[in-house]
Each structure stands twice: as structure tokens, then as C-alpha cells.
Ligand binder design. Structure first.
Ligand code: DGY
Length: 319
């Protein structure tokens, strides 16, 4: 059995493949593999470990019908045409659960970084602009006792809400398609409509999947409904907010700040106006980027590939 891996991953999955006498080849170049190269690389393979934003769309799936299983190096699967994979009977697995804490940490980090203008002020030191101590300019705001609004209360949202409640006594409200009663009980979280979420959140953090319903959801009209002191955090997918509208909302002071681990497109261009704004912190999609979490993701990937190649149900299927 042969597996193609479209990037570098933690060694756990590789070890598991070796132990099961499964051979693999890996994309070793620094640049992302192109769609054509991916199809070519998957010829003669039984499975794919898909690392990064490879589009597992109908064109790819039909060109690679021979694949038995595709293991994603992500929990998100918006890059996959699930209906087509189902039709072609190609199993698709992802990495749920193991990256919730690390991704929630990233949202928490961004919340604090934005509230204290940390990235902007750090850049000032680098640029030799650390002047005399002055009590008033460039002040941050505090989050203690404020309201956290979670858009998409799943595993990651729950982790963030726990941290914010424990560290800062933040009140938690959320909006989902359907109510999350476990979160309500565990966190004393209150379910609100989307409009109420916008109107009441001091920190609004996005943790939903990118779907046709959430794509481009945060537009200027939505930012207008938020509090002028609100911090917008997105660690989910860049496609959920409209970037031009976010820039406008920040310039017009419709909201106070923004923290992004995801952008649209990725990578973000280095001259993007968001990068020079005081109340903005941007990270390069590092939500799950810790040694512990990447090792755990790799273990799940190994399990998905081995089960799929044995013709068994995947332990972590997306469908
Ligand atoms: C995920 O697992 O979905 C992360 O965002 C990495 O893509």
C-alpha cells in the first residue's frame, strides 16, 4: 500500500505507517503543491494525507477515484467536496477534538494582544520608536467582567469560553444553528440570536465552520451592529469575514479592534493595511501549531489511513 503526503507532518503518523508496512512519499518543497502536481503525485497511490489548503474538489476526486482514503491534516473540511467523495466512495477523515485547546489558546492570545495593542507596540520597539514614558497615549482596554460572544459554540468555543470565564469572569453568550445545552450547563452560557450576539458582545469570537451559510457573514452591515468597543476575533476561516469590510469597520471605528489567525487569502500579503493598524493582531494560521497538538493530529491521521486502507470505517470520519 502507498500513501502520498502533501507536506511535512509530525512523525507519529509516519511511524504508524511504517509499523503497518505502508510505504509513503512526501512533498518536500517549501511551496504548496499545485492542483495538477497533486493529481500527478497521487497516481499509483492508495491514500493521500492532505496537508494545507489542497482543494479536494470534484475535479481532484474524479481524477483520483482510485484513492481509498484521504486523511486531512485539519479538523476543518471546507476544502473538500464531501458529496462527491461520498458518491465516489472515497473515505475522508479529519482530526477533531485534539486541536480545540490550542486553537482556543490562540483566540485568547489574540484577544489580549488586541486589547493591549501588543503587536503594534512591539513593532514600535523594533522600529526604534519606544519614547519616554507617557501616561495617556495608545491605551488598551480591559476584558475583565466583559461579555464574550461565541459564534459557533462547539469544542473550540467551549474551551475559549472556559478560559475567559476562569481568567476574567467574563459572561458568555453564544449563537449557533442549534442550542448547545452542554455548554449552557457547563458554562452558564446564554443562547442569543445573531443580532443579540452582535449587540451584546465585547469580544466576539468566531468558531464556526466555513459553509455556504457562514461564508462572508461578517460584512460592514454586521460590523455596524456591533459595539464600538468590541473586539472581533477569527481563528476559524478567513472566508467568514469580508476583509475589506473589516478594514472599513476598523477605520470608521465601528468596532474597537480585531485579532485574526485566519485571513482571506492566505498567506496575507505583507502590505495589507490591517498589519499597520494599532488595534489589530494577525497571526499566520497557527491555531493548532504546537508540538503537542501537531503530534496528536498526526496520530489521528495515522489511525484514519490505517483503518481506511484495511477497508474499515475511519475512526475520525467527516461523513
Ligand atoms: C484546522 O484544523 O481546520 C486548522 O484550521 C488547520 O487548517
Amino acid at each position: 500500500m502507498n500513501v502520498f503526503i502533501s507536506g511535512n507532518i509530525a512523525s507519529d503518523a509516519l511511524q504508524a505507517l511504517e509499523e503497518n508496512n505502508i510505504s509513503f512519499t512526501q512533498w518536500k518543497e517549501e511551496r504548496q503543491i499545485s492542483a495538477e502536481e497533486l493529481i500527478e503525485a497521487c497516481k499509483g497511490q492508495d491514500a493521500l494525507i492532505s496537508v494545507g489548503p489542497n482543494k479536494i474538489n470534484a475535479a481532484f476526486l474524479n481524477a483520483c477515484k482510485h484513492l481509498k482514503v484521504i486523511a486531512l491534516h485539519s479538523v476543518g473540511f471546507d476544502q473538500v467536496d464531501v458529496a462527491e467523495a461520498k458518491k465516489l466512495d472515497i473515505k475522508i477523515g479529519n482530526t477533531p477534538g485534539v486541536l480545540s485547546a490550542a486553537t482556543a489558546d490562540t483566540a485568547f492570545l489574540l484577544m489580549l494582544a488586541v486589547s493591549r495593542k501588543a503587536f503594534y507596540l512591539h513593532k514600535k520597539i523594533i522600529n526604534g520608536e519606544w519614547k519616554n514614558y507617557e501616561p495617556t497615549p495608545e491605551l488598551g482596554i480591559e476584558v475583565t467582567g466583559k461579555t464574550l460572544g461565541v459564534f459557533g459554540m462547539g469544542k473550540i468555543g467551549i474551551e475559549l469560553a472556559k478560559k475567559c470565564a476562569a481568567a476574567y469572569g467574563m459572561k458568555v453568550i453564544y449563537h449557533n444553528r442549534s442550542r448547545n445545552e452542554a455548554a449552557e450547563q457547563e458554562l452558564n452560557a446564554t443562547y442569543v440570536s445573531f443580532e443579540e450576539l452582535l449587540a451584546q458582545s465585547d469580544v466576539l469570537s468566531v468558531h464556526t465552520a466555513l459553509t455556504s451559510e457562514t461564508k462572508g457573514k461578517f460584512t460592514i452591515d454586521v460590523f455596524k451592529q456591533m459595539k464600538p468597543n468590541a473586539i472581533f476575533i477569527n481563528t476559524a476561516r478567513g472566508g467568514i469575514h469580508n476583509e475589506d469590510d473589516l478594514i472599513q469597520a476598523l477605520r470608521d471605528k465601528l468596532i474597537w479592534g480585531a485579532g485574526l489567525d485566519v485571513t482571506n487569502p492566505e498567506p496575507m500579503k505583507h502590505h495589507n493595511p490591517l498589519l499597520s493598524m494599532e488595534n489589530v493582531a494577525v497571526l499566520p494560521h497557527i491555531g493548532s501549531a504546537t508540538e503537542e497538538t501537531r503530534a496528536a493530529m498526526s496520530r489521528l491521521i495515522g489511525e484514519n489511513i490505517i483503518a481506511g486502507l484495511k477497508g474499515e470505517d475511519l475512526p475520525y470520519p467527516v461523513y
